[in-house]
Design a protein around this ligand. Structure first.
Ligand code: PEP
Ligand code: MG
Length: 367
């Protein structure tokens, strides 16, 4: 486990005394959470849950769920995943020891959980005891020309509600079972409209009410939204009425603002930059004139509608000092970055605060 040594810790502690923007980490696994805790991140700003479903046993259940036609059968299949999902979250809560943890509900399209080669399809047909034609038909029905712009994120959450219901239950049950107790933060991905949040919020609240009744334990949670479509930034005011926090996902937001595939842009971006067309690769350097405008505008609109809304960034840009400067200037509460970038982010944030106050960076801070 990487741990900063004593003098590095002292410098980071000085940085923390100075900085005025929070630093959390993006962690999907207990191992990443342990790195974040070692680097004293103030919490987890993004825990992506999709990786939790790719283990063989879990994948089998996901596939069973995908092939169930009836909502009750889907819920029954997903119920098998409830204990493992609960223990995923319990472990992360334990490592973060009461610090806030934001868990993002499932984001990818369902076809990512399905095999696409012939042998894989044959194995799946055998394991689910289904005719091959039925397996092929379902895979075909779920395939999309543009899956990144398709049935994923909140759209999937709305049309297959059993997934988010299972995840919300696992989050709440883990939160009430964890010591110290934690107020979990549940985040909805790929939102583009207020109504999506309203629908999912009502369903999640119903799950929370059930868990409170069954357990006899009162608990709170926070519900938030990822702002990663341009429309969510444009409508951040309406969305903030339903969300206590907004986290800007600049990976998808950059992709959608430019209409440029985040998965393929790397193939030609260096040539494009060399031609002098773009000053930088916008996936590496926050594009302050375009994507940055959406961040500022979204933040201002959200704050105007809900003064106490918590604002953050959780795309790859969150660990980059220039982006941290931008977010601080836009009044964000925290940045969330890869756990290994946490020390740099803490130092960069302190540097910005010191510069903004016109202090010298050479004198040691008064203790
Ligand atoms: C984003 O889109 O910026 C984000 C953080 O989510 P992901 O990278 O998982 O799409
Ligand atoms: Mg995203």
């Amino acid at each position: 486990q990487p741990e900063p040594d004593a003098s590095f810790r002292t410098i980071l502690a000085w940085a923390d005394e100075r900085r005025d923007i929070g630093v959390r980490a993006n962690c999907d696994t207990p191992a990443e959470a342990a790195v974040a805790a070692g680097f004293e991140a103030e919490g987890i700003g993004l825990c992506r849950t999709e990786h939790m479903f790719f283990d063989k046993a879990r994948l089998t259940v996901m596939r069973e769920m995908i092939f169930a036609d009836d909502p009750a059968d889907r819920a029954a299949a997903l119920k098998q995943l409830l204990p493992v999902q609960r223990s995923d979250f319990l472990e992360i809560f334990r490592i973060m020891a009461g610090k806030p943890v934001t868990i993002r509900l499932l984001d990818p399209p369902l076809h990512e959980f399905l095999p696409h080669d012939r042998q894989g399809k044959l194995d799946l047909a055998a394991s689910l005891d289904l005719p091959m034609a039925r397996v092929e038909a379902r895979i075909e029905a779920l395939s999309e020309v543009n899956p990144m712009l398709g049935l994923r994120g909140v759209r999937l959450g709305i049309l297959v509600p059993e997934i988010y219901e299972m995840q919300a239950r696992a989050i709440f049950e883990a939160a009430i079972g964890s010591a110290p107790r934690v107020t979990p933060e549940v985040m909805i991905p790929l939102v583009s409209s207020r109504r999506e949040v309203e629908i999912v919020k009502a369903r999640i609240e119903a799950v929370a009410a059930q868990v409170r009744t069954e357990s006899g334990i009162e608990f709170d949670y926070r519900l938030g939204v990822m702002v990663e479509t341009p429309r969510a930034a444009l409508r951040a005011d309406e969305i903030a009425e339903y969300a206590s926090f907004l986290s800007f996902g600049t990976n998808d937001l950059t992709q959608m603002t430019y209409g440029l595939s985040r998965d393929d842009a790397g193939r030609f971006m260096s040539a494009y930059v060399a031609e002098g067309v773009f000053p930088e690769d916008p996936f590496l350097q926050l594009d302050v004139d375009g994507v940055g405008e959406l961040l500022t505008m979204g933040a201002n609109r959200a704050r105007a509608a809900r003064r106490d809304v918590t604002l953050s960034i959780c795309g790859e840009h969150g660990g980059d000092p220039d982006s941290i400067a931008f977010c601080r200037h836009a009044g964000f509460d925290y940045v969330s970055c890869s756990p290994f970038r946490v020390p740099v982010a803490r130092m960069a944030a302190a540097h910005l605060a010191i510069r903004a106050r016109g202090e010298t960076t050479t004198a040691p801070p008064r203790r």
